[in-house]
Design a binder for this molecule. Structure first.
Ligand code: ATP
Ligand code: MG
Length: 429
């Protein structure tokens, strides 16, 4: 196949053999969020470039080098969304649904786009489930976000493989004072910093804390600590969060170097990290952004949220072999019919059964075929049972009911009794 007809590097097809696990994961999250009272919002995938510059920050990695930006036919600069928070804030402002202090607890799911170097767990089109809460400023809601994810890891069977890292960035005032102290310290060690960090020192000094460079990390050992610069309010907020996590029994480690890649965070920041995926270890990340809505032209509105990377979490389920058995089977019952008359009767019978058992996964053979070939297809479908309609069954108005996995002889079931019989042998999801 010629290169220009292939998928773009870092943008993946999710093939039919993979989608059951994706749907299981997405369904688990959706159910959890429903149960906690969160509502789904759906935003466009493309926004004006300005939106991301303004919210994420001009000197972040995302805006500096990762965005898919293009001019449309009107000459407007548009960008494929690299994350969801900016568009979510735009949407709530545009529709006035956070006005007058209205609390909104929202979530979204969908593809995000960043021009990064593709590797395991890092792609150019990837998928996130994100969540944003507006107009609640206490540590209780920060805690709820973390508690929900903790429950999710438990339900998915990956709780032992993830670790919660926490930090507080303080208010913008305390962060400002800290930034000054950090810049002063790092400037005194300028020559020992890697090139990237030297640049960041001028543009976005807090991001130096996030460096992977060993020499710079050595310099950072004695750097001023954010915790020493926290204002009383941020400190109380952080203590409130920790007390709630302790009350529920959620372990965490404090990571003073956790700053997050986006500019808009304040107070709480957190990441769920794993050592099961190699270098791309963060599976869910978020924090509080009390200044963002105002920065984007709204009234001061506290906000807090997170986003999880679906690819990384699906990879984790695979790596840890936490794949529920039920999801690999997509067919309960496979109906084989031999001859035109049987085929017509089979179609009608299948619809009757579906009327009565709307959750039954019933597949009707298509493309006719010999006894042998239809049986082979029934077996390959993964179905638990085959239903057989041949001349004999037609004459007696019955259907052959044959277990395909494990024991049990073939039996004949009257057409009228079929749905009731199936209801007793197939556990329906
Ligand atoms: P990283 O440090 O891994 O680049 P990030 O801080 O840029 O992550 P966020 O913007 O916080 O990531 O996005 C939230 C989550 O989305 C991440 O924790 C990760 O699970 C996922 N994610 C981010 N970028 C990618 C990507 N390029 N490919 C796959 N998943 C990603
Ligand atoms: Mg990144």
């Amino acid at each position: 196949m010629s290169k220009s007809l292939q998928a773009i590097r870092g943008m993946n097809d999710i093939l039919p053999e993979q989608t059951p696990l994706w749907r299981y994961f997405e369904g688990s999250v959706a159910r959890l969020l429903d149960n906690y009272g969160y509502k789904q919002i759906r935003m466009p995938i493309v926004e004006f470039t300005e939106l991301f510059k303004r919210s994420i920050g001009e000197v972040t990695d995302i805006v500096e080098k990762e965005m898919y930006t293009f001019e449309d036919r009107n000459g407007d600069s548009l960008t494929l969304r690299p994350e969801g928070t900016a568009a979510c804030v735009r949407a709530v402002l545009e529709h006035g649904i956070t006005g007058g202090g209205q609390v909104q607890k929202l979530w979204y799911i969908g593809p995000m786009f960043r021009h990064e170097r593709p590797q395991k767990g890092r792609y150019r089109q990837f998928h996130q489930i994100g969540l944003e809460v507006f107009n609640l400023d206490g540590p209780d809601i920060d805690a709820e976000l973390i508690i929900m994810t903790w429950r999710l890891w438990g339900e998915l069977g990956i709780r032992d493989a993830v670790k919660l890292e926490l930090n507080s960035l303080g208010t913008s005032e305390s962060r400002g004072r800290y930034r000054e102290a950090l810049v002063e310290y790092l400037s005194a060690h300028h020559d020992k910093l890697d090139e990237d960090s030297q640049r960041r020192l001028k543009t976005n000094p807090l991001r130096v804390l996030d460096t992977k460079n060993a020499d710079t990390q050595a310099v950072l050992v004695d750097a001023p600590k954010m915790a020493d610069y926290l204002d009383d309010e941020s400190r109380a907020h952080f203590e409130g969060l920790k007390a709630r996590l302790d009350a529920v029994g959620i372990p965490y480690v404090l990571n003073p170097k956790l700053v997050r890649g986006l500019d808009y965070y304040s107070k709480t920041v957190f990441e769920w990290v794993t050592d099961k995926l190699g270098a791309q270890g963060t599976v869910c990340a978020g924090g509080r952004y009390d200044g963002l809505v105002e920065q984007m032209g709204g009234k001061p509105t506290p906000g807090v949220g997170f986003a999880m990377g679906i690819e990384r979490l699906v990879l984790m389920l695979e790596t840890l072999e936490q794949i529920p058995q039920e999801i690999s089977r997509q067919v309960d019952v496979y109906l084989c019919a031999f001859g035109e008359e049987a085929e017509l009767a089979g179609l009608a019978l299948a619809e009757r059964v579906r009327d009565e058992l709307p959750n039954l996964r019933l597949q009707v053979n298509a493309g006719a075929g010999s006894f042998k070939s239809q049986f082979k297809k029934a077996d390959k479908s993964g179905a638990l049972y085959a239903l057989i309609l041949g001349d004999d069954e037609m004459a007696q108005q019955v259907v052959g009911f044959k277990p395909l996995r494990g024991q049990g002889e073939q039996q004949s079931i009257a057409w009228d009794a079929l749905a009731a019989h199936l209801a007793t042998c197939v556990v329906q999801g």
